[in-house]
Design a protein around this ligand. Structure first.
Ligand SMILES: Nc1ncnc2c1ncn2[C@@H]1O[C@H](COP(=O)(O)OP(=O)(O)OP(=O)(O)O)[C@@H](O)[C@H]1O
Length: 245
């Protein structure tokens, strides 16, 4: 469903993403982990077709994210970092606008808009200008726009960032609900989220993939048997790659 094939991206002299490869199938929820500046957002932007790799390629449902961008993006829902949106629009108008751009109209447009607002639990905030919403509700408005066209692949950059504990639970529940039908990547610094929602975890640091395996295999990396200890072990010291099924 989604392929990262030897992705490389440099900014000036800095190799932000260094030969990252993995594939993701329908039904998988991948937790994309790594320290600040590891290259997570840069990788996700290349997968989403927002940034061209220097070498390597990304594919969604067999469509190259650069050469065949429109086809690839039609199967993708992308929640970017910071959740940019139009501040004067309400979440309802913002979601509907995204759907119209994708060709929705009439009853299908109304149904898809209300379903997305409902799934992202916007409530009364759906009718308030986005610029006047709290950080958590802005994030939810962007999430609603990302899922509204029911894409096969979801790339969510820190989807629970800025949400209170109840809202975090709501978003995790939504991800679990959507998981069987989709291939989903979430980046997060909240390591508890990995066993809670992910079937698989990848750790990168300094642009290089260090671990790809199940949350259970990640816990088993150190004798502490916690994801936090494994994260520290893999990212704090000299680089070592751990392959796990
Ligand atoms: N447009 C850019 N121009 C120059 N450097 C960039 C650009 N985008 C990212 N970088 C650099 O690439 C590296 C990887 O950044 P990236 O945002 O992908 O990391 P991240 O893993 O998402 O970090 P965080 O967890 O802090 O969000 C960082 O050193 C960053 O400063």
């Amino acid at each position: 469903m989604l392929v990262a094939d030897h992705l490389v991206k440099e900014f000036g002299g800095l190799r932000a993403v260094d030969d990252v490869s993995f594939t993701l199938e329908r039904g998988e929820v991948l937790g994309f982990l790594g320290p600040n500046g590891a290259g997570k957002t840069t990788t996700m932007r290349m997968l989403a077709g927002c940034l061209e790799p220097d070498s390597g390629c990304a594919r969604i449902a067999g469509h190259d994210c650069v050469q065949d961008r429109i086809e690839a993006q039609s199967r993708l829902g992308y929640l970017p970092e910071g959740a940019p949106a139009y501040p004067a629009m309400t979440p309802r108008a913002f979601v509907a606008f995204g759907l119209q751009v994708r060709g929705f109209s009439g009853d299908a447009l109304k149904r898809a808009t209300e379903l997305a607002l409902d799934r992202a639990r916007l409530g009364a905030a759906a009718s308030q200008p986005i610029g006047t919403l709290s950080k958590g509700y802005k994030r939810r408005a962007a999430l609603a726009a990302a899922i509204a066209h029911d894409p096969a692949v979801l790339i969510l950059d820190e989807p629970t960032d800025g949400l209170d504990p109840n809202q975090k639970d709501g978003v995790r529940e939504l991800i679990r609900e959507m998981a069987p039908e989709k291939a989903i990547i979430i980046s997060t610094h909240i390591l508890d989220e990995v066993p809670a929602v992910c079937s698989r975890a990848i750790i990168i640091a300094e642009g290089r993939l260090l671990f790809d395996g199940t949350p259970h295999a990640l816990e088993a990396v150190t004798s502490d048997a916690t994801i936090e200890a494994a994260f520290r072990h893999l990212t704090a010291g000299p680089r070592a790659t751990v392959e796990a099924a």
